[in-house]
Design a protein around this ligand. Structure first.
Ligand code: SAH
Length: 257
């Protein structure tokens, strides 16, 4: 347990969400039992951040703004633009963002949705699994490993397993797309959460068809305080060639697009 109390958290969250629009799921994302779960996510992050060096953001109102709200606005954009996913994976989830806040929201809206967090750093995965238990998020599983390994065919593959794949702050778009596209089910969506993406997006758009993807939309939003962000949606319209994903060194040395 950190020093942060639920009452302090709830009033900070209320203050910051007063000007936030979570679309059709606004009520669910501001209801008390969701706010209580978001509080427990923040509480366990503050607690574990010291032990495991998980995040540089440890001030409660910054956690709310940059980690919680910046995961929940994208969730609302995803729900309102592509529907409720049955199976979601968050790649390079780190300390669990956007994974854990999305899980808290989805537990309320669609408790049958299953979320998988993937990260190459095992200590971050241990934090997430412990946090999911502490918060009460039975819809979450986190596994340690590299996205490009899970994307290959063969043993332990997760290729083509997810209706929706998300990623925030992991790599630039063409690299990220090769990591994520193989994991998406045909007909499913890859949603990239980005801050400034215009230049990158041109390369992402060029990489997309090579991986069986097509760009569907880019939606801009602002988090409280005015920082600008966007979600870029790519839909998988055909199977990804078995040539992809390549080895990480090749992906980064010669990005597609
Ligand atoms: N999504 C989180 C963390 C971003 S930091 C957030 O927005 O707060 C990037 C994370 O991606 C790190 O935790 C790193 O371990 C992970 N990562 C980078 N490349 C990866 C790969 N190829 N497969 C799995 N995880 C990866």
């Amino acid at each position: 347990m950190s020093d942060l109390t639920f009452e302090t958290f709830a009033s900070l969250y209320d203050e910051q969400t007063r000007f936030v629009d979570y679309g059709s799921i606004h009520d669910e994302l501001t209801e008390e039992d969701t706010v209580r779960r978001l509080y427990l996510i923040a509480d366990s992050l503050i607690d574990d951040a010291k032990k495991f060096n998980l995040t540089s953001i440890t001030e409660p109102s910054e956690i709310i703004r940059k980690h919680l709200i910046d995961s929940l606005i994208p969730l609302s954009l995803i729900i309102d633009n592509t529907g409720v996913p049955g199976k979601l994976a968050d790649i390079g989830t780190g300390a669990g963002f956007p994974l854990l806040p999305m899980a808290a929201g989805l537990l309320k809206i669609a408790p049958e949705t299953r979320l998988t967090g993937i990260d190459s750093t095992a200590k971050k995965i241990s934090h997430i699994n412990a946090a999911a238990k502490y918060v009460g998020l039975p819809n979450v599983t986190a596994i340690a490993g590299r996205a490009e390994e899970f994307g290959k065919t063969g043993k332990n593959t997760l290729r083509g397993s997810f209706d929706l794949v998300t990623a925030r702050a992991v790599a630039n778009l063409p690299v990220l797309m090769e990591l994520c596209a193989p994991l998406v089910k045909k007909g499913g969506v890859f949603a990239a959460l980005k801050s400034h993406a215009d230049e990158e997006m041109l390369h992402g758009d060029a990489a997309a068809p090579l991986l069986g993807m097509t760009k569907e939309a880019k939606i801009d939003y602002e988090i409280p305080g005015g920082d600008r962000r966007c979600v870029i949606f790519y839909r998988k319209i055909s199977d990804t060639s078995e040539k992809f994903p390549r080895r990480y060194a090749e992906i980064t040395k010669q990005p597609l697009g």
